[in-house]
Design a protein around this ligand. Structure first.
Ligand code: SF4
Length: 447
């Protein structure tokens, strides 16, 4: 199962090369589906149109030299791994399934089914990034659109707590700033870009207006705009003291928002994961709703992982809720804070887990990591990670998008098909989970 590590050169003779046109990059939520890959001997040697992050994703891809499964750290066959994983999950009293944002919708769907059969909790990495937005959507609703509409219509683009220049490098050029659109024919010249953030990031260089607000004051800033949208009088000294930005700058922004033909707010984790969390997300959604009394205005979260939007969609179609869903009573219950994995682990509640395409051992709190290390858990990942290293059962799986077909959702909820570059010797997450589901069902029915 090992492969040669010497990579063919980009200028390898073309007769050995395969071109995969319009491949999909799953590195970030932009999910660019216009990448032309040149593949030589199962190595991607060129990724046309990919940004620096996308190039790194494709060109540094290599198939790991690991057993397809390990059980208690020892190499095992796929069947042995599936048997042990199914035993762990079906005999647990409070099993949790977590991760899911870097795999296909098809695999996500099976993972939710397993959670249902075992009466477990299913949660995704949304709970540690845009979970507050997921809660706010349920409370306020979402005035939304596709990235294509932003490209064709958006004339005022506001990024709030987001740094696309570094996190989503093609967002500016493909969708939000420079492309010429049907109703913005001169591209960048027809758009005004505003950045609101607590620090001057690389994205500030691309903005026409940068408003540097005080840290942890997003809620106050958004409610200042809501008040100004309604024409209320504000105390200039209080506004500047609270938000760090003069009232005149907020008034100028709200005037521009009212005059826009198609306004867009794109918000990131700088808004959702700071003080206020879901109240901040509710405030930005409510401001967007308010603006529709004057003009067309939409609001979208800037999603990070390649298929985190798919995870929200799949968990929502299967259970009615986007993340942090408990199925132990035979029907879904949604309660972030109670059923979100970082909390469930930190309170030492779960007695087994399955982690799919995620690495909580590298980024959860110490109490959560300690508890995860103390319970039997299953890990699926194309790469070896601290999480897969400590798993009772670890599966090495094929990389979605590069080795496996399937569906992912772009950050604007548009489903995009994957066009794999070459086969992997390892099974896909979908294959492992489907076989595991079958075995879990057999065990449940016989027990
Ligand atoms: S913007 Fe994101 S999806 Fe597009 S090529 Fe770059 S990393 Fe890949």
């Amino acid at each position: 199962m090992s492969i040669a590590v010497d990579k063919p050169a980009k200028n390898a003779p073309d007769e050995n090369a395969k071109i995969v046109a319009d491949a999909t990059c799953t590195f970030c939520g932009c999910v660019c589906d216009d990448i032309d890959l040149k593949v030589v001997d199962n190595h991607i040697v060129e990724a046309k149109r990919a940004c620096v992050l996308g190039k790194s994703w494709f060109l540094n891809h290599h198939v790991e030299d690991r057993p397809v499964a390990t059980v208690d750290g020892q190499p095992a066959t796929l069947e042995e791994g599936i048997e042990r994983a199914a035993q762990i999950l079906s005999s647990a009293r409070y099993p949790i399934i977590y991760g899911l944002s870097d795999t296909t919708c098809e695999a996500q769907r099976v993972a939710v089914s397993i959670a249902d059969w075992i009466g477990g909790t299913v949660d995704t990495t949304t709970s540690v990034c845009h979970g507050p937005s997921g809660m706010a959507f349920q409370g306020v609703g979402e005035v939304t659109c596709t990235l294509g509409e932003i490209r064709n219509r958006g004339d005022l683009i506001i990024f709030w707590g987001s740094n696309p220049a570094e996190s989503h490098p093609r967002h500016f050029t493909k969708y939000s700033l420079t492309p010429k659109g049907m109703f913005v024919p001169r591209g960048r010249k027809d758009r005004t870009c505003v950045l609101v953030d607590v620090r001057k990031t690389k994205s500030a260089g691309a903005a026409d207006i940068f408003l540097r607000i005080k840290p942890r004051k997003d809620f106050e800033a958004l409610w200042t705009l809501r008040a100004l949208a309604k024409g209320l009088d504000m105390d200039a000294a209080v506004v500047e003291e609270e938000t760090g930005v003069p009232l005149s700058a907020w008034q100028d922004l709200i005037d521009r928002m009212k005059q826009a033909r198609f306004g867009v707010i794109l918000f990131g984790m700088g808004l959702t994961m700071t003080r206020g969390k879901h109240l901040n997300s509710e405030a930005v959604l409510a401001l967007t709703r308010d603006m529709n009394a004057y003009t067309r205005f939409v609001c979208k979260p800037m999603r990070g992982h390649g298929n985190v939007t798919g995870a929200d969609n799949v968990v929502a179609w299967r259970t009615g809720y986007p993340f942090g869903v408990n199925l132990s009573r035979g029907y879904p219950r949604f309660n972030p804070g109670e059923y979100t994995t970082a909390d469930t682990l930190a309170r030492r509640e779960a007695d087994a887990a399955m982690i799919i395409a995620s690495d909580p051992m590298s980024n959860f709190s110490q109490p959560a990591r300690e508890h995860l290390a103390s319970i039997p858990y299953v890990a699926l990942d194309p790469k070896e990670t601290p999480t897969s290293r400590s798993a009772a059962v670890a599966f090495c799986t094929a990389t979605y998008g590069i080795n496996t077909a399937g569906t992912v959702y772009r950050m604007d909820d548009v489903p995009i098909p994957l066009r794999p570059a070459f086969d992997s010797p390892y099974p896909s997450d979908f294959e492992v989970l489907s076989r595991m589901e079958k075995r879990v069902l057999e065990l449940k029915r016989s027990g």
